[in-house]
Design a protein around this ligand. Structure first.
Ligand code: KG4
Ligand code: ZN
Length: 383
């Protein structure tokens, strides 16, 4: 979409106009690419419009979270049905908030994996239908890779706290969510290497399961963060898995250690089911377990991130994924890393369509759009 003219200052930074030959014609048509990003891999139905991968025009998110709370985790069938109900109004909301019509949208982008099959299907079928009907290119996006690109958004509504500039490359990204714990070294757009990943549970999953043991509501991350404020992080000595000679993570041992510590704290042995714990634990014990678990989990993430940053010397470090919304994680990373870290808004850490649209912009420079006829979901897509 071609809109307007940029002023000479925008095009040439602060260089004085007099520095340029007088015959220079200062009229350029700048092509701004507006992409509609659609995300539906888990419990959030999201759509956003992003300009040139960096300017957030809108970010609409509807979550079916309330419907899953009673079950202590996402119920795939409920999530898929909910996506189906809200995806059209969410997309319309994204367009309206961006003050765009379909004519203003140059391309669409959608998460096609990894994620829950039924949930992904709703987003992908919707995006394919739109792309076909509107005759616009469609980019198929990897959800984990998209979490990195939330950090490339540098301007948007005043309510968003965004970094002043996109992260410099090569970058090191810690992507931590309910389904993933990845350490990625991104040399260039479309040229990256996963240097570490979890060997068992994702860190967000560990937060969710420990929260359930303590009788705290889903999602576990924010509930544990709140409870931990009242607790003593040194009250329980928990094991911190550090995988030798690797940047991999492991959280299942820590999760089991919390369970054993809680059973012991209430005077029972390992046969006590975790579902009985919330009734037996005191508020103090819950707060101390939450604080001790959170400190140990975040410490092992940051130790590995710090080691990778020392070995790879990236130009920048970013964090992304739902767990990156954690204020204690943000503080710990800032104090421990020598490379400056700029964080994106917490609203862009959890699942959203803006990160999908931003990544699609960078992809559009190097790769052709997806084939609408053959594009399919890939629930176990890897990086
Ligand atoms: O990225 P996301 O929205 O969905 C997935 O791709 O999984 O991440 C959701 C995860 C949940 O496990 C949730 O407990 C965690 O992010 N989370 C947090 C916080 N907010 C959300 N974990 C720690 N601290 C938080 N403040
Ligand atoms: Zn995610």
């Amino acid at each position: 979409m071609a809109i307007g003219f940029n002023t000479p200052k925008q095009l040439f930074g602060n260089k004085a106009l007099d520095d340029f030959p007088k015959i220079h014609v200062f009229k350029y048509t700048v092509h701004l690419m507006r992409i509609l990003g659609i995300e539906s891999s888990a419990d959030e139905t999201a759509a956003a419009v992003v300009e040139n991968g960096e300017r957030l025009l809108s970010n609409a998110v509807a979550s079916s979270l309330d419907l899953h709370i009673a079950f202590g985790g996402i119920v795939p069938e409920i999530a898929a049905r909910s996506h189906l109900e809200v995806i059209t109004p969410v997309i319309q909301d994204a367009l309206n908030s961006a003050k765009c019509t379909w004519n203003d949208i140059d391309a669409t982008a959608v998460t096609y994996g990894p994620g829950l099959g039924g949930s992904l299907l709703v987003g992908v079928v919707t995006a394919k239908t739109l792309a076909q009907a509107l005759n616009k290119p469609l980019y198929a996006i990897n959800h984990v890779e998209a979490h990195i690109y939330a950090n490339f958004i540098t301007s948007g509504p005043a309510s968003y706290q965004l970094p002043a500039k996109p992260p410099a490359l090569p970058l090191l990204a810690l992507i931590v969510s309910g389904g993933h714990s990845h350490l990625i070294y991104l040399k260039n757009h479309d040229d990256y290497k996963v240097i570490g990943r979890t060997l068992d549970d994702a860190v967000g999953e560990a937060f969710d399961k420990v929260a359930k043991m303590l009788g705290l509501p889903y999602p576990g991350g924010p509930s544990i963060e709140k409870m931990a404020i009242k607790g003593n992080p040194s009250a329980f000595k928990l094991p911190r898995a550090q995988i030798r000679n690797s940047y991999d993570f492991s959280f299942s041992g820590l999760k089991t250690a919390v369970l054993r510590a809680a059973q012991t704290a209430v005077g029972k042995d390992y046969t006590l089911p975790s579902s009985a714990l919330p009734e037996l634990l005191s508020e103090r014990q819950k707060a101390d377990l939450a604080a001790s678990f959170q400190a140990t989990a975040l410490e092992s993430l940051v130790n590995t991130l710090e080691k990778a940053a020392q070995d790879y010397s990236p130009a920048s470090v970013v964090i992304g994924g739902g767990v990156a919304a954690s204020q204690p994680l943000r503080k710990l990373v800032k104090t421990r890393l020598k490379t400056g870290v700029d964080y994106t808004d917490v609203g862009l850490c959890t699942d959203n369509g803006a990160m999908v649209a931003s990544l699609a912009f960078y992809k559009s420079k190097n790769i052709s759009p997806s084939d609408i006829d053959t594009l399919d979901i890939d629930p176990s897509l890897s990086m």
